[in-house]
Design a protein around this ligand. Sequence first.
Ligand SMILES: [Fe+2]
Length: 133
Amino acid sequence: MPLITWDEIMSVGVEELDDQHRRLIDLINDAYEALQSHDEHRMVELVEKMQQYARTHFETEENYMRRDGFPGLSRHKGLHETFNRSVAQFRAEQYGGMNLSKIFVFLSRWLATHILEADKEYVPYLAAGKKPA
Ligand SMILES: [Fe+2]
């Protein structure tokens, strides 16, 4: 059973961003499965994938915010940077025997609360259904 299921309540009103959030949730669920089956190799792979995909997603999200003049852009960018730094640190430590379940709990909590709370702040500023030029 997946750990997190996409729900309309998570929607930010922009299809492209919702799709990317869904993809991130899929990755969390895959990592949860790998963790449960003690598949360390797959876990490491998924953490790397999540890091890459989150980068792409953050960039897309920030482009929308910039286009629509979201006043919380620099604070929000800071949240994204903290995430990138934490994941990079996990990856560096992981080769020294870092606890993978700890990494997983951090990533899944961070992404879920970020989508549900921080991302909601820009919803009123983004014009639905339009791609940044
Ligand atoms: Fe965000």
